[in-house]
Design a protein around this ligand. Structure first.
Ligand SMILES: [Mn+2]
Length: 473
C-alpha cells in the first residue's frame, strides 16, 4: 500500500503499556460513548480477555472524567483522557494509561512531574494529526498489535470510519493506512473505490441517491427523480426477482455510468472553481467486512458505524460492545431494536424542523432551533437537514444539553466543498465557543460545541462575522 510506519517513540510507549497491562491484576477501562470510543473499548477488552485479565469496562461522557475514582491496579482511558484532568484522584500507587487522539492538555514530559505511573500515548506529541490520521480505536488497535493480535485491525478500520477520519479525502490516511493494510492482509477487510452514496448494502439505490446532500440536486430528497435518472441510464432499480437493488448490486459499468451522471449534474450547479473537487465527492473508498453476510448493515463499514452510533446515542453501549466482540446472537436482535428506534427519532426530529419551517438563514450561515431534539442526535439531524437548506452555507443546529441542563449543544454540518475551499469549521467553532465561555471543536465539516444558554444570539452573530468574506459562493 504505502510507506507509513508507527514512529519508534510511539511503539516504545506501547511496549511500556504492554508491561503495565501484564503486571496489573485489576484493570479499569474507561472509553468514550461514540462509535470510535466503543470500538476502542471493545478492542482493549478483547485483548484483556485473551490475556485472562479481569477488567471492568465503562463508557463515559467527557464531563464525567475528573470525578472518576482511580482505584484499580491500572486505569486505562481510551479515546478520551488527554484533554481532561483524569488523574485528579490519582494516588501514589496509581497507574494510568491514556490512549487518545484528541489535543493533549499536558506535555509529553508530564510523567516526570508526578509521583505515580502515568503513560500517555497521543499521536499529536509526534506531529501526527489525530483528527484524520488515527482514531481512538486505532490507537487501541496498535496496543493489540503490540500483543500480536492483528485480527482486531478491522475494528480499527471501523472506528476510523465512525470517527469520520476519511471525510475530507474519501480515504483513510496516515497511521490509519497501517491498520487498513493489516486488516486487508489478515483477510478481514476489502477496500474498494466506490460511489459515495450511503447505504451500500441495505438501502435501495434510489433512496441512497435521494439522500445525496453535498449539493442540492434535482434528485435531492426526491425519490421519483432518482428513479427517473436510473431509468434514463438504463440501470434497473429492481432485481429480476423484484428486490430493490442496492449500490453493492451494481456492476462496475453501471457504477461508472452513474458516476458520470452525478458528476455532470453537480457540475451544472456548483461555481466553476469547485468543479475540480466534484469527483472526490462522488467517489470514495469503501470498506467491506468480508466475514459478514452480504446485504447486511454489518458488511459495510459506514453502515456498521451508523449502527454503533445508534447504540451510543441511546446509551446501549453493552449491545455495541457485544457486537464488536463477536456476539452475534442476542446482541444482534437488540441492535435491530436500537437501530429502529434511532431511525424513528431521526425521522421525527427532521419532520419537526422541516414542517415548522425552522431553518433561519443568515448572511453566512443557516441554523435551526432544535429544542426538544435529543442532544446526542442533533448533529446527525443537522447533517440531514442540510439537504433542505442552502448547501453553500453551514447548517447549525441548537438544542438543550439535557433535560436538566439548559445550556446549548451546538452542532454544525456542511458540504465537503466548503472544507475543500480551506475552511475548518472545527477550529472556528472552538474559537467562538471558547470566547463565550463554552467549549467545542471537531472536524472541518462536522463539529460541535457547548455554550451557555444566554449566549445563543451572540454565538450566531460572532460565527456569522467570522465567516465574512470566507464563503465566496
Ligand atoms: Mn475518537
Amino acid at each position: 500500500m504505502d510507506n507509513v510506519s508507527l514512529p519508534a517513540e510511539m511503539q516504545e510507549k506501547y511496549e511500556e503499556a504492554k508491561n503495565l497491562i501484564l503486571e496489573a491484576s485489576s484493570i479499569q477501562v474507561y472509553s468514550h460513548i461514540d462509535c470510535d470510543g466503543m470500538c476502542a473499548g471493545a478492542i482493549i477488552s478483547t485483548v484483556l480477555d485473551r490475556l485472562g485479565k479481569k477488567h471492568d469496562l465503562d463508557f463515559v461522557n467527557l464531563d464525567k472524567l475528573e470525578d472518576l475514582s482511580i482505584d484499580h491496579d491500572l486505569t486505562i482511558f481510551s479515546d478520551l483522557g488527554s484533554g481532561q484532568p483524569v488523574d485528579k484522584n490519582a494516588g501514589k500507587d496509581s497507574k494510568i494509561l491514556i490512549l487518545d487522539h484528541h489535543p493533549p492538555l499536558r506535555s509529553i514530559d508530564y510523567n516526570d512531574d508526578v509521583d505515580y505511573t502515568y503513560l500517555e500515548v497521543n499521536p499529536m506529541f509526534y506531529g501526527i494529526d489525530g483528527s484524520d490520521n488515527v482514531s481512538g480505536g486505532g490507537l487501541s488497535y496498535f496496543l493489540a498489535r503490540t500483543f500480536g493480535y492483528k485480527d482486531l485491525s478491522w475494528i480499527g478500520v471501523l472506528s476510523a470510519v465512525g470517527d469520520m477520519q476519511n471525510s475530507k479525502t474519501g480515504k483513510l490516511v496516515g497511521l490509519n493506512r497501517i491498520i487498513l493494510q493489516d486488516s486487508v492482509d489478515s483477510g478481514y477487510v476489502k477496500c474498494n473505490s466506490d460511489l459515495c452514496l450511503y447505504g451500500r448494502e441495505t438501502r435501495p439505490l434510489f433512496v441512497a441517491m435521494a439522500y445525496f446532500s453535498d449539493v442540492n440536486l434535482p434528485i435531492t430528497n426526491n425519490r421519483n427523480e432518482s428513479i427517473a435518472v436510473l431509468d434514463g441510464l438504463g440501470i434497473p432499480h429492481k432485481t429480476d426477482d423484484g428486490r430493490q437493488r442496492t449500490l453493492c448490486d451494481l456492476s462496475n459499468m453501471e457504477k461508472g455510468e452513474l458516476f458520470s451522471e452525478l458528476v455532470r449534474m453537480m457540475s451544472k450547479v456548483v461555481p466553476e472553481r469547485y468543479v475540480k473537487y466534484i469527483p472526490k465527492l462522488v467517489s470514495a473508498d469503501s470498506y467491506d467486512f468480508l466475514y459478514e453476510d452480504n446485504h447486511t448493515f454489518l458488511r459495510d463499514a459506514s453502515e456498521f458505524s451508523t449502527a454503533m452510533n445508534a447504540c451510543g446515542r441511546n446509551q446501549e453501549y453493552g449491545v455495541a460492545c457485544e457486537i464488536l466482540k463477536g456476539n452475534r446472537s442476542d446482541a444482534l436482535d437488540a441492535l435491530e431494536v436500537v437501530s429502529k428506534t434511532h431511525k424513528m427519532n431521526l425521522r421525527q426530529s427532521i419532520e419537526k424542523v422541516t414542517k415548522e419551517n425552522k431553518i433561519v438563514e443568515m448572511e453566512n450561515l443557516q441554523y435551526f432551533n432544535g429544542s426538544g431534539i435529543k442532544s446526542e442526535i442533533v448533529g446527525t439531524v443537522a447533517g440531514m437537514i442540510l439537504s433542505y437548506g442552502n448547501w453553500r452555507k453551514p447548517m447549525i443546529g441548537f438544542t438543550q444539553v439535557s433535560d436538566d441542563n439548559p445550556n446549548w449543544k451546538v452542532s454544525l454540518r456542511c458540504s465537503r466543498l466548503l472544507a475543500y475551499d480551506g475552511i475548518h469549521f472545527g477550529n472556528i467553532i472552538r474559537e467562538v465557543s471558547q470566547s463565550l465561555g463554552g467549549n467545542g471543536g471537531g472536524h472541518s465539516v462536522a463539529c460541535g460545541a457547548y455554550i451557555p444558554y444566554d449566549k445563543k444570539d451572540e454565538f450566531l452573530n460572532l460565527f456569522n462575522q467570522k465567516l465574512e468574506g470566507k464563503l465566496d459562493v
